[in-house]
Design a protein around this ligand. Sequence first.
Ligand SMILES: *[C@@H]1O[C@H](CO)[C@@H](O)[C@H](O)[C@H]1NC(C)=O
Ligand SMILES: *[C@@H]1O[C@H](CO)[C@@H](O)[C@H](O)[C@H]1NC(C)=O
Ligand SMILES: *[C@@H]1O[C@H](CO)[C@@H](O)[C@H](O)[C@H]1NC(C)=O
Ligand SMILES: *[C@@H]1O[C@H](CO)[C@@H](O)[C@H](O)[C@H]1NC(C)=O
Ligand SMILES: *[C@@H]1O[C@H](CO)[C@@H](O)[C@H](O)[C@H]1NC(C)=O
Length: 379
Amino acid sequence: MEAVGEKWREIVRWLGIVVVICTSARGECDFPAIFNFGDSNSDTGAISAAFAPAPPPNGITFFHAPAGRFSDGRLIIDFLAKSFGLPYLSAYLDSVGSNFSSGANFATAGSTIRPQNTSISQSGYSPISLDVQFMQFSNFKTRTQLIRQQGGVFKELLPKKKHFSQALYTFDVGQNDLTAGYKLNFTTQQVKAYVPDVLAQFSEFIKGVYGEGGRSFWIHNTGPLGCLPYMLDRYPMIAARIGCAKPFNEVAKYFNHKLKEAVAQLRKEMPEAAITYVDVYTVKYTLISNAQKYGFEDGVIACCGHGGKYNFNNKARCGATKRVNGTEVVTAKSCKDPSVRIIWDGIHYTEAANKWIFQQIVNGSFSDPATSLKMACHG
Ligand SMILES: *[C@@H]1O[C@H](CO)[C@@H](O)[C@H](O)[C@H]1NC(C)=O
Ligand SMILES: *[C@@H]1O[C@H](CO)[C@@H](O)[C@H](O)[C@H]1NC(C)=O
Ligand SMILES: *[C@@H]1O[C@H](CO)[C@@H](O)[C@H](O)[C@H]1NC(C)=O
Ligand SMILES: *[C@@H]1O[C@H](CO)[C@@H](O)[C@H](O)[C@H]1NC(C)=O
Ligand SMILES: *[C@@H]1O[C@H](CO)[C@@H](O)[C@H](O)[C@H]1NC(C)=O
């Protein structure tokens, strides 16, 4: 009897070891840091630090003051960081109160993948396009290691060297490359025609990050541009279904189709990388077109704004006080309850919408491959 018991204990011990080996091979990723790149969909303070701060009522719901984000509260990247128990990302450009020990955010509102030939004051597009974000990242990586050696508070505020290869690299960019063409009065055909060049530059950038040691990539595709009031307001003649302008969404879908192809190619060229493509478009479109079903009201009507069909006036955007027609001075204010709105200011999403979107994408249901966020380090 004793011998049989021994044998069983031996087998159980073996099974235990096998289980441990298997789960550690495909276990949850332990990302010590996040490095993010992109536009206002994930800017947590860069444009506010470098140019003009996001005015109140931005931030009212969660931070209770403007917090460098174009939203009433948190962005998808905030929920993403929180899900790993990491602090909200400091913007690389923010010199006040930043702590980069768990990553940095290089995204700036108005960023494009391709550098634009217009200044921020002419067109509103950020001069910190993706190529510049890469240079900043590369510089950050080199300099933080030099400065960290000084010890003390620097050691506490700057990331460890190994964090650059262990980190999750996240991306949400492309939307502004599409709107930039329309702003130059390009036709949809003309906008589509330059998409391959935009994505060629995107791929170069991803390869650059890989060259710097990045291995885990989480790439959002671009959202339904044609459902945003700033596009609907600017091009009112474009026919709308569920309140969304189809041609703009077609362009976004075309971009996403090409992005997915570019990602497939990158997987071949970067054999050690784990790249997850995340279909944020479908999640956002589903939410907007079924707002009531998910507890929201007014799919495309902005919460913070002033007047017009979509509560959006480009001359008096959220938080602005402007003389709209000679005499009348208006302030674009928040709606009563941002928690039941999807669109915050005509361009960006509310905290409630961002949270909902994050909950949809976190488990991998909209990922290719079907990888959940916590497994995004596995190829
Ligand atoms: C910086 O953030 C890290 C990680 O959250 C934390 O442990 C550390 O105390 C922070 N340092 C300072 C000086 O705030
Ligand atoms: C900016 O101008 C250069 C030179 O004409 C051109 O090659 C480039 O494509 C332009 N960029 C954009 C985004 O239009
Ligand atoms: C585009 O068209 C509008 C309306 O005709 C015009 O006001 C604007 O100057 C044009 N923009 C460019 C860059 O040509
Ligand atoms: C412009 O002013 C008039 C008179 O005060 C007002 O009736 C009208 O609604 C204003 N237009 C806008 C766009 O606010
Ligand atoms: C992922 O999460 C969403 C939202 O909670 C849920 O509707 C969906 O069924 C989940 N999918 C999987 C594969 O678990």
